[in-house]
Design a protein around this ligand. Structure first.
Ligand code: AKB
Length: 374
């Protein structure tokens, strides 16, 4: 088991950083109440309220019921207080989520609904997790375009108008077959072949444009495949690396939809959430860029299965390749170069493959013991 690092480094950074809440007066408001953003002239100026520099951030998480939102809310609530973090989604939350802290309905395609939430709750940080992932996006391009691109435009305008610090995740999927794959640096050709990838390159570029044009405090990490025990990913190409644990525990068998030798960058969820908090708290002058690769490990389905089989020798793994997912995986990075994140704001992962597998198995065996006891 790795020793999970305390948040002391983060706390130190926060003390050194510019306002913890991330608020700053805006020079240009992007979307006025009665105008569309395209009608607002570039010299228009609306100033948002400034908050005390000692205030904790007030955080809104969109797409909060996906794989990462609940875990991030838990981490941020520990740091900033339960009521400082609002989870939101268009779906009804399960009762444990509903009772663990503020939850609100928000539809990122409804600009006025978003603005009302930001204003009424004095939001200062926005973490934008709503998105359709790679495989499900290919199955529904129109919806992916609307959620991942139109939704992002609403989020950017709201964040710029209200002086929010905005986090939008990007992904290894923002690269494509013409990018260097082993390793993939921060800056290189990005010509993804999925609507998901195209929408994420768009998000990176729009966020950076709003940063330079309007002073938006935009921060973005390119996540690898994220592996979690108590939340499921939905519709990604890297989902097999979560599903294998569930199927191994349930039936001792797993049928993988990617080839055995498909190498992809991966990360345990705790590392991903901590990276997100760390980059949000990083002093602005440590960031030479607004979008960073982060990584922990890279493995193939075969290597993951072998690590699991050390503890579950009876596990049987077979392969039935899904051509759509395989083509996506074959166009993605095999190894991710995250040296800029490590150098500039101190990124360091805790979990390599053996710790990841052990932690996942510990979680499921504790859960099984609890189910048996009840
Ligand atoms: C997916 O597989 O689509 C995601 C990702 C790597 O962004 N997990």
């Amino acid at each position: 088991m790795p020793i999970i690092r305390t948040l002391s480094k983060v706390a130190k950074q926060a003390l050194l950083s510019t306002p913890g809440c991330g608020c700053q007066p805006l020079t240009v408001a992007v979307r006025n109440i009665s105008f569309s953003p395209r009608q607002v002239t570039s010299d228009a100026s609306f100033h948002s309220v400034s908050f005390s520099e000692t205030d904790h951030p007030k955080v809104l998480i969109t797409g909060g019921l996906g794989q990462l939102g609940v875990g991030l809310a838990k981490l941020l609530r520990k740091r900033f207080g339960k009521n400082s973090v609002i989870l939101s989604d268009i779906r009804k939350p399960p009762s444990n989520v509903f009772h663990s802290g503020p939850f609100i309905y928000s539809d990122i395609l409804d600009y006025k609904n978003l603005r009302e939430i930001v204003v009424n709750n004095r939001i200062t940080w926005l973490v934008h997790y709503s998105a359709l992932l790679s495989a499900v996006g290919e199955a529904n391009v129109a919806l992916a375009r609307s959620v991942n691109i139109t939704g992002l435009h609403n989020i950017l305008d709201i964040a710029a108008e209200h002086g929010l610090r905005l986090f939008v995740p990007s992904t290894i999927g923002a690269f494509g077959p013409t990018s260097p794959r082993n390793p993939t640096p921060d800056l290189c050709v990005q010509r993804p072949r999925t609507i998901y990838g195209v929408s994420k390159v768009h998000a990176e570029l729009m966020g950076e444009y709003y940063h330079h044009r309007y002073g938006l405090d935009f921060r973005c990490l390119r996540y690898p495949g994220i592996i979690s025990a108590d939340s499921m990913p939905g519709g990604g190409t890297t989902d097999y690396a979560v599903q294998i644990f569930h199927d191994a525990i349930k039936s001792g068998k797993f049928e993988c939809n990617l080839r055995a030798d498909t190498r992809l960058p991966m990360m345990y969820i705790d590392d991903c959430l901590r990276a997100t908090l760390e980059v949000m708290e990083a002093p602005a002058d440590t960031l030479s860029m607004r979008t960073y690769n982060i990584n922990a490990m890279s493995f193939t389905p075969e290597e993951l299965a072998q690590e699991l089989q050390k503890q579950m020798p009876e596990l049987e793994v077979t392969y039935d390749v899904d051509n759509v997912r395989q083509a996506i995986a074959d166009s993605w990075p095999m190894n991710f170069d995250d040296s800029n994140a490590r150098k500039e704001w101190g990124w360091k992962h805790d979990y390599d493959l053996p710790e990841l597998v052990q932690t996942m198995l510990n979680f499921f065996s504790a859960e099984m013991r609890m189910t048996r006891a009840n």
